[in-house]
Design a protein. Structure first.
Length: 359
């Protein structure tokens, strides 16, 4: 397995980052090294937030690693997977020189981070076919090699298209791009999907990284906890590029509680409800006049094309239901993305569209 270090920006390969007060291995009883307050804030009953947190809270890191089936050193905790995307682009792409591959229509943060970094953007559109939107892995490989991409972002399940990419395809791509590019598999919606995680490829390919988050299936979007999982070398580089104390203690505590065995059991039950509702909604929506196409989905949302998308959007709004307008996205000028809600919320979607059928 070849090292991933040559893919890191040359000027950052031995970058030490910020040495925070918490990263010093010192022992003592009276801690006066970080200009913290000697007293707790009145709102902070147990004084849990008085001191700067550990940069990678060990208990949370260990639990996340256990949940995702990897070693703690293979995983970096950050402020949502959004931060992980940003760190990857910053650590690998030399501004004004390197490039990323994206597969539009797709989640927008890959391009936002690339633009902020001054990285080129290579677009290899998803192909809209009978099975739904699929990633053209051959075209991705060709484009990445021909145009010198450092990062390839694969979104699986894809937001907003809903399709997942088979692991064999990801494996072949990682193999072809070894020494050239890092393949990042964004599994923000992995819990709702059928297939195995791309973390199963990490042992064989140093140029694979996987993104996971507590924002979706785990219902902790406001806690802002996401992870990048990859080889230990890559994780160490990314940590050195990260802000000194990225995981607030109240968020780490909440996340740890949200990953207890009892909480996980309930999360699994809710994922099962979402998967059932996803099928129910898919068939019910497809029968509504004015619905052109409902794409099969492996996520907690459905992408729907309408004859009159504006009418559908307004009908939903009039019923108090807000969905995501996708019409500005490439290939989606008639589409809305509807998140799967509770059964009652989904009924409300159906009734709004049924009582106000689009022409
Ligand atoms: C595909 C995908 N990746 C990553 C994210 C970012 O999630 P977070 O930063 O909340 O972990 C989202 C959010 O919608 C997403 O859809």
């Amino acid at each position: 397995m070849s090292s991933v270090l040559p893919l890191v920006r040359p000027d950052l390969r031995d970058f030490a980052g910020y040495k925070s007060a918490r990263s010093e291995a010192l022992r003592g009883e009276v801690w006066l090294n970080a200009n913290e307050s000697a007293w707790a804030n009145p709102a902070d009953g147990q004084g849990r937030s008085r001191r700067y947190p550990d940069p990678q809270p060990p208990a949370l890191r260990a639990r996340l690693a256990q949940v995702y089936g990897v070693a703690p050193e293979q995983l970096l905790v950050g402020r949502g997977s959004d931060e992980a995307i940003d760190l990857l682009v910053r650590a690998l792409c030399v501004p004004g020189q390197d490039a990323i591959v994206v597969t539009p229509p797709v989640f927008g943060m890959y391009v936002v981070c690339a633009r902020l970094q001054g990285a080129r953007i290579i677009e290899v559109p998803l192909v809209d076919g009978d099975a739904g939107f699929v990633a053209d892995l051959d075209a991705i490989r060709e484009a990445a090699l021909a145009q010198g991409a450092k990062l390839v972002f694969l979104c699986s399940p894809s937001n907003p298209a809903g399709s997942a990419i088979l692991l064999d395809g990801i494996k072949a791509l990682a193999h072809a791009l070894e020494g050239h590019a890092l393949v990042v598999v964004d599994e923000a919606y992995g819990e709702f999907a059928d297939g195995a995680s791309a973390t199963t490829l990490l042992g064989a390919y140093a140029n694979v990284a996987v993104l996971r988050t507590l924002s979706k299936a785990h219902a902790l979007a406001a806690a802002r906890i996401g992870v990048v999982i990859g080889g230990t070398e890559l994780v160490a580089v990314l940590q050195r590029c990260q802000a000194p104390y990225p995981v607030p203690t109240p968020c780490a505590d909440l996340a740890l509680e949200g990953l207890s065995n009892t909480a996980l059991e309930q999360t699994r039950e809710r994922v099962a409800v979402v998967r059932r509702e996803r099928e129910r909604l898919l068939y019910a929506l497809a029968r509504i006049p004015g619905v052109r196409r409902v794409y099969p989905s492996q996520g907690n949302y459905l992408l729907v094309r309408f004859d009159d998308p504006d009418g559908a959007f307004r009908a939903l709004l009039a019923a108090g239901v807000v969905v995501r307008d996708q019409r500005a996205a490439p290939q989606l000028d008639d589409a809305l993305r509807i998140t799967i809600g509770s059964p009652e919320q989904n009924d409300r979607v159906l009734s709004a569209l049924n009582t106000n059928p689009t022409p």
